[in-house]
Write a protein that binds this ligand. Structure first.
Ligand SMILES: [Zn+2]
Length: 460
């Protein structure tokens, strides 16, 4: 199919490009041709453009790159609001027995809920780290990818796995895990079936064993080899809590970062969620190898995990993106509010007022996310030739109009309404509503599936 020559012209809009120089325009234009940005700059769009199918007056709006989510567990949408006063390990042990009962219908509904909530809030690239595959539960990966494709967002599925259960000193119950061979074979099959390596790919797949305390050393090692053989990225959880650090020392005789290094898990094709408990040499190892971090400030607060050293990571050159994390540990399920939370929570850490500024927070949620997903040449900033994934935030309403600086308004202020978001040049949200999914139907189905899962879990 030839690329579309249709153009969308956006004018009179404030623009934060998040390019390498942080170029901004107080009033500018963006011309989208097909699925790419054709031109961007100050003032009006060039005259005489052909095939213009839509003109958007962006007065009262800020245009930014679409937000990129780098860590999530969609299935948790139907187990929100449970184990609300627990730390990570107690929370996991409380929830694993319920999670191990999910099926394809539940997973699909939960994916719709997770994706819908994020898309409404300006996310144009989503990711799901899915690692619970109960026997006989159907095609869970396929159902998640279908939900993302129907919603119209760009998507990375991190095909997770667990093979270290209670009998091997792990945290998950024995019936909730896969075998080493089964997990590797299913992961390879998922990559071969769904991963698209092209520039404008809408679906990519990463290899993603869950965490050191739920995965065997052999699965970590062979998972890394598999990903490199297939040319896809690697994702897992790392250094989330002090309990995890203790677990690694007891079981492996070393801390999490050394363990990752020993299993082939540091590299510029790897990104890890959390990385809260990192010392200077851990951060240096991430910087030296180009290993990326998915910073999840709300989830870290919810589970009392601690504050990741994001300012030190950025100073050392570690790529850092933002993550919602699963919504059983971040019930809001929103990413645009994480811009603000990242900024505020890091100021509670060691760096105080200089920890992060508004533009750094916006960069984490856009370009930083594109970097850790391995897509920085394609998305994450507004530049001619990149894919047209962008958001128009309404900043002339009651929540923002009295703040002069547009970037300060959307980061420090209330969550800004999304008037329009484009993914791959195609509108996905208009005036705060999803265009390709029925929000009321999703609300109903997610409630029904949450109740059905609770019933099944209670009976077993
Ligand atoms: Zn997680």
């Amino acid at each position: 199919m030839a690329p579309s020559a249709d153009r969308i012209v956006i004018e009179n809009v404030a623009i934060a490009t998040v390019d390498a120089e942080d170029t901004e325009y107080a009033s500018g234009h963006i011309v989208v041709k097909g699925n790419k940005i054709e031109s961007i700059g100050a003032g009006k769009a060039p005259e005489g453009l052909e095939n213009v199918v839509r003109r958007v007056d962006g007065t009262g709006h800020l245009a930014t790159p679409g937000l990129v989510n780098t860590h999530h567990h969609f299935y948790q949408w139907i187990t929100r609001g449970l184990a609300t006063d627990h730390n990570l390990f107690n929370w996991l042990v409380a929830l694993y027995p319920t999670w191990a009962r999910i099926d394809e219908q539940m997973t699909y509904a939960a994916a719709q809920g997770s994706l819908g909530m994020m898309a409404r809030g300006g996310v144009t690239t989503a990711m799901d780290h899915h690692y619970v595959f109960p026997r006989g539960s159907g095609d869970l990966s396929g159902s998640i990818i279908r939900a993302a494709s129907e919603m119209g967002v760009r998507f990375t599925l991190a095909r997770g796995s667990m093979d270290r259960s209670e009998k091997d000193g792990g945290l998950p119950p024995d019936f909730a895990v896969e075998t080493l061979e089964g997990a590797l074979a299913a992961t390879e099959e998922t990559v071969k079936k769904h991963h698209d390596a092209s520039f404008d790919a809408m679906t990519q797949v990463a290899v993603a064993p869950c965490s050191p305390f739920s995965v065997s050393t052999e699965l970590m090692k062979q998972g890394a080899e598999l990903a490199r053989r297939l040319g896809v990225r690697l994702h897992t959880h790392g250094s989330e809590t002090v309990e995890e650090e203790k677990f690694c020392h007891e079981l492996f005789g070393m801390g999490p970062t050394d363990y990752f290094e020993s299993t082939g898990w540091l590299g510029d094709d790897v990104w890890m969620a959390h990385c809260v408990h990192m010392n200077d040499s851990d951060i240096a190892a991430f910087a030296r190898t180009g290993t990326g971090v998915a910073h999840c400030p709300s989830s870290n607060a919810r589970l009392a995990a601690g504050i990741a050293r994001v300012p030190d990571m950025l100073k050392s050159g570690v790529p850092v993106g933002l993550g919602v994390d699963g919504t059983a540990s971040n019930e809001s399920g929103e990413l645009h509010t994480e811009l603000r939370n990242a900024l505020l929570i890091n100021r509670l850490g060691a760096h105080r007022e200089a920890a992060l500024n508004a533009r750094q927070a916006l960069r984490l949620g856009t370009y930083g996310g594109a970097q850790v997903l391995g897509r920085a040449t394609q998305i994450g900033s507004l530049e001619a030739g990149k894919l047209a994934d962008l958001v128009l935030w309404k900043i002339d309403g009651i929540g923002h109009a009295s703040i002069a600086d547009p970037v300060t308004a959307i980061v420090f202020g209330a969550a800004a309404p999304v008037t329009l978001s484009l993914v791959n040049g195609r509108p996905v949200v208009e005036n705060g509503r999803l265009l390709h999914a029925d929000e009321d139907a999703i609300a109903r189905s997610t409630r029904e599936e949450a109740q059905r899962l609770a019933r099944i879990a209670a009976e077993s």
